[in-house]
Design a protein around this ligand. Structure first.
Ligand code: SF4
Length: 202
């Protein structure tokens, strides 16, 4: 169903990807891609982001929403990298960066460095629970159960496939079950038929 499933954020270095992933929280990749060309023309290294006044950074990322928090996270992560002396390349090191959560570290590790990781965002959480691949209440539980269920060589592509499925077919409010090739094997579809999901069942 999703032969082209891959990261849809534009970036030219692992650090640019890190910034783009921070910006993508509660925002579409499309919107992030609209603002990053101008942002990265102004700054695309940790040193440059540390030096950039917070007000200027907030102005440049304003349209991605939550710009106070995102500017702080970008500044903190940049400062941590400057202190470390280089962009971290392992998941453990990435998770040590201030302003960087587990999901962001997993995405950068998997996409920029080809590491085996399953980053659980809202799509991965919703879709894997609906299909019945996992039965989890939190993103951390979801990540753990998916990792136990699938061989590590599949984690990276599984992450992208679940995101694409959530983005383009299994929408939060109106999943396109009629056009979904997983319908015969989907737990949600078996239990709820064609009824639209309520917040409790998502
Ligand atoms: S059948 Fe419906 S609920 Fe199940 S994965 Fe497909 S779109 Fe989502």
């Amino acid at each position: 169903m999703h032969p082209d499933a891959a990261c849809e954020l534009n970036f030219a270095s692992p650090f640019e990807l890190l910034v783009a992933v921070i910006l993508s929280a509660q925002c579409t990749d499309k919107r992030v891609n609209m603002i990053t060309p101008a942002l990265f023309r102004e700054a695309n290294t940790p040193e440059q982001f540390v030096a950039m006044p917070t007000e200027k950074l907030e102005r440049l990322i304003f349209s991605c929403g939550f710009y106070h928090n995102k500017a702080r996270a970008i500044k903190e992560a940049s400062q941590s990298i400057v202190e470390m002396g280089k962009m971290p390349e392992t998941r453990e090191e990435l998770m040590k960066l201030r302003g960087v959560g587990r999901k962001t570290a997993n995405v950068v590790y998997a996409v920029a460095y080809g590491g085996d990781a399953i980053a659980v965002d809202t799509h991965v959480f919703r879709v894997s629970n609906r299909i019945g691949l996992v039965n989890a209440k939190t993103p951390e539980e979801t990540e753990k159960q998916l990792m136990a269920e699938f061989d590590s060589s599949l984690w990276n592509s599984l992450h992208h496939l679940l995101i694409f499925h959530g983005r383009y077919v299994c929408h939060a409010q109106r999943p396109d079950c009629a056009g979904c090739l997983l319908a015969d094997n989907c737990k949600y579809r078996k239990e709820h038929g064609t009824e639209s999901p309520s917040p409790k069942t998502v």
